[in-house]
Design a binder for this molecule. Structure first.
Ligand code: DGL
Length: 262
């Protein structure tokens, strides 16, 4: 049976793991959160490359057949280097700019807003993606690094989160956006709040489902027709297996929260 290794700086990648557990017929999962180094989005690309290489070595030793970089930031900084160094399939994530641009623009509403971490936004990978598909210059970028911190603190719908979003989007003309692209796996937890800030009908497109489809394709796994049996997941926190009841309960609560959203 396939053993799939996911990693992220923290709880963001659980959004992708959750979708995999919903869509795929029961493989076994390893999930590595690098809380010793979270957040990634405000660090340098060199630092992230070093952390990511250690994590992939670790997950491979634990028997992973395929690695999912469940983090846009680590993908933009490290995916190419990881693929060069390791001989197992590595699935990365990138902001869903292409499908967002492919939507038919509406009168007065043709722009696309990419939300991501500062590192993802300044990396060449995203610049290249935009250069390739955005000939008409319809894409705008906005960094929301505090959402990562809020998610790690377990704050999802609090006054502080609402105030942060309100302030961050103060100068954004929300009615001009045809689509918003949450380009950080931590942001998926905040979709209900983000949606509130944009007019009805604004499309929100992220790469979560596409990533799971890619995993299925590479491992030739069937997509589940109805909820698959619960799969075995082993969680790690920066190299240490998580066995404490309260930490496992915190993760289960996040999974449950996502179950309510999707
Ligand atoms: N979850 C990660 C992403 O998708 C990054 C969060 C961080 O800054 O650590 O970009």
């Amino acid at each position: 049976m396939a053993r799939i290794g996911f990693f992220d700086s923290g709880v963001g990648g659980i959004t992708v793991l959750h979708e995999a557990m919903r869509m795929l017929e029961a493989p076994e999962y390893l999930y590595y959160m690098d809380t010793a180094h979270v957040p990634y989005g405000t660090k340098t690309a060199e630092e992230i490359r070093a952390y990511a290489a250690d994590i992939v070595s670790f997950l491979r030793e634990k028997g992973a057949d395929l690695i999912v970089i469940a983090c846009n930031t680590a993908t933009s900084a490290a995916a190419a280097a990881l693929r060069e160094r390791f001989d197992l399939p590595i699935v990365g994530m990138e902001p869903a700019v292409k499908p967002a641009l492919a939507l038919t623009p509406e009168e007065g509403r043709d722009r696309v807003l990419v939300l991501a971490t500062p590192l993802t936004l300044r990396e060449q990978k995203l610049q290249d993606l935009i250069a390739r598909y955005d000939a008409a210059h319809r894409v705008d970028l906005l960094a929301l690094p505090e959402l990562v911190t809020f998610a790690e603190e377990g704050q999802f719908d609090t006054e502080a989160v609402r105030a942060y979003l309100c302030e961050s989007l103060r100068e954004t003309e929300t009615e001009r956006y045809r689509a918003v692209v949450p380009g950080c796996t931590h942001f998926r937890y905040f979709l209900p709040l983000l949606k509130e800030r944009f007019p009805e009908g604004t499309a929100f497109i992220d790469g979560t489902e596409g990533t799971v489809r890619r995993i299925a394709e590479l491992l030739q796994l069937p997509l589940a027709e109805r909820a698959p049996a619960p799969a075995k997941v082993t969680y790690y926190d920066s190299g240490r297996e998580i066995t404490e009841e309260d930490e496992l309960r915190r993760i289960a609560a996040l999974q449950e929260q996502l179950g309510g959203l999707f």
